[in-house]
Design a protein around this ligand. Sequence first.
Ligand code: 4NP
Length: 154
Amino acid sequence: MKILFVCLGNICRSALAEGIMNKLVQEEGLEWVIDSAGTGGWHVGEAPDPRAIRIAKENGIDIARYQARQLQKKDAQIFDRILVMDQANYEQVLKMTGVSEHAAQIDFLLNSTHPSENKAVPDPWYDDKLFAPVFNMIDTACRSWLMNLKNELP
Ligand code: 4NP
């Protein structure tokens, strides 16, 4: 299974999701490929936001050496699942990769815990207080995706 998490900058939400999911699959002994990317290119090559690094560290996850990258068209050929944080990410992924909106390949991260609601993970970039709740939201959703996708495999 190959999973790509996508947000706008790839320095807050999707970087956290990559760190969380990496830890979860490692704990399960699964050899899945986990990665993240941003629809925007402003932070390419940068480490995650210090506030994201801090909340991850407080939860036993090290994302300090991650480097932001921008979503590529070819990501759609590589990843089984592209999980987005909000509606704007969703629309950008469709535009940038050509993936069909009806394909199971693309979905909202929070649809594992809130099926079909297409709920957004709020962007904590603008609000320091959001990092802790956003971490917990992503963590719960990742656990749920892991359980669902594990059961999907032959
Ligand atoms: P992210 O947060 O999409 O969760 O990584 C953001 C990071 C940077 C910007 C916006 C959102 N920015 O405008 O630079």
